[in-house]
Write a new protein. Structure first.
Ligand code: ADP
Length: 163
């Protein structure tokens, strides 16, 4: 069985992530979307919320599982029986960091392959930070995130803005 892992912070999940998830899910038997516990970025959503938003967005997708993980990605992948790490590439600016991570992960476990998928042209400008910035400034996030979680994001932002 071909198991792929798609790691990220997903703070929150965007339509760019969903696009990669759906395209990756058709080329494997099982796709594990893995939400990072340890991260240098200050997350807006808690780990549980980020997992929940992903699950809500991916309802009805039979071969997709959402989990959280801490520690080394290659260890997580190995424990889950995954042989491929999926990454999405937007612009050239993503390349340098992703190349470093892919080479490092290869050094840590040569049996695990990193597979890059080019971002959909429609979403190549999209990031979780952009979504948060727009929502914080009162802009419309329609089309940027799954419809199912739009109100969750707006509520969270409004809650923060009121503090
Ligand atoms: P972000 O950069 O939006 O904070 P994450 O850290 O959650 O995203 O990224 C997880 C993975 O998704 C990375 O491989 C990243 O390159 C990819 N990704 C992020 N946004 C997009 C997008 N709009 N299209 C394709 N891939 C994306």
């Amino acid at each position: 069985m071909k198991v792929f892992v798609y790691p990220g912070s997903f703070d929150p999940v965007t339509n760019g992530h969903i696009d990669i998830i759906q395209r990756a899910a058709v080329i494997c038997d099982k796709l594990i979307v893995a939400v990072l516990v340890n991260q240098s970025k200050n997350a807006l959503f808690s780990l549980e919320e980020r997992v929940e938003l992903l699950r809500k967005s991916l309802q009805g997708c039979a071969n997709i599982e959402v989990c959280s993980f801490s520690g080394l990605l290659v260890n997580f992948a190995r424990d889950k029986g995954a042989s491929v790490i999926i990454k999405g590439l937007r612009a050239v600016s993503d390349y340098e960091y992703e190349l470093q991570m892919a080479l490092l992960n290869k050094k840590l476990d040569e049996k695990i392959e990193t597979l890059f998928m080019m971002a959909n042209l429609h979403y190549s400008y999209l990031s979780s930070s952009i979504v948060k910035d727009i929502a914080l400034l009162g802009g419309d996030i329609d089309g940027l995130v799954p419809n199912a979680i739009k109100s969750d994001i707006i509520e969270k932002i409004n809650g923060i803005a009121q503090k």
